[in-house]
Design a protein around this ligand. Structure first.
Ligand code: CA
Length: 237
């Protein structure tokens, strides 16, 4: 089933552009340029995600979010303008799942949508507590002839063992766990180095270089792909 996305954005050009790109990616899309109507649709419709502008006629985005959150946990990504820093903070406090600042690269928006949808799916599964819940996540990940074994903390390529540092291992683990999802440097940083790590996000570039030297170059594969201006991804072969 295609995921359904609701766009609430009163700038027709932006809304139309996002709609076309999302449809191109296989999402089902509805849009409205009015806050009150957006809220109504979000509460009535069966959407998987809402893209919500802040400055909207009738009901602004933050108010839409506040009212939505009384009854619904529908994932929300805020579309904010550069000078709306306080609104971003208020939005995240108010239960937005993420925000993106206009103007943005469409690839960046698509990456964030995939992440938020994936997070929502994981939460849903965990909440259901079915056998398909998080515990059943595999302990091994594969790419080509590479195997990453989480429990043993080992990586092999065919018969050959690969020595990785903890952070290299974590980085590879996260990329394999999220195959086909482009992860931004910020996200990778937080996961690999921890939220309290203070440093440049280009440390991720350094770890990627190490991984490529130890794996891609050694075994002549192209596993870790760079998505320019966004981050990294390992795609299904
Ligand atoms: Ca607006």
């Amino acid at each position: 089933m295609p995921k359904r996305i609701l766009i609430v954005e009163d700038e027709e050009k932006i809304a139309r552009f996002i709609e076309l790109e999302l449809k191109h990616e296989g999402y089902e899309v509805e849009k409205t340029g009015n806050g009150r109507e957006g809220l109504k649709k979000a509460l009535e419709g069966s959407y998987d995600l809402m893209l919500l502008d802040i400055m909207l006629p009738e009901l602004n985005g933050l108010e839409v979010l506040r009212r939505l959150r009384r009854e619904s946990s529908l994932p929300v990504i805020l579309l904010t303008a550069r000078d709306e820093v306080m609104d971003k903070v208020a939005g995240l406090d108010g239960g937005a799942d993420d925000y993106i600042t206009k103007p943005f690269a469409i690839e960046e928006l698509l990456a964030r949508i995939r992440l938020v949808l994936k997070k929502a799916e994981t939460l849903q599964k965990a909440a259901k507590g079915s056998d398909e819940s998080v515990e059943r996540n595999p302990n091994r990940y594969y790419y080509d002839r590479l195997v990453l074994d989480v429990e043993r903390h080992e990586v092999h390529f065919g018969e050959a063992g690969i020595e990785l540092t903890n952070r290299e291992f974590e980085l590879l683990h996260i990329l394999l766990e999220n195959k086909n999802i482009v992860l931004t440097r910020d996200v990778l940083m937080n996961k690999v180095c921890g939220y309290d790590f203070v440093g440049e996000t280009n440390v991720i570039d350094v770890y990627v270089r190490y991984l490529r030297a130890k794996i891609d170059e050694r075994f002549q594969i192209k596993m870790i792909q760079t998505v320019r201006g966004v981050g990294y991804v390992i795609r299904e072969e």
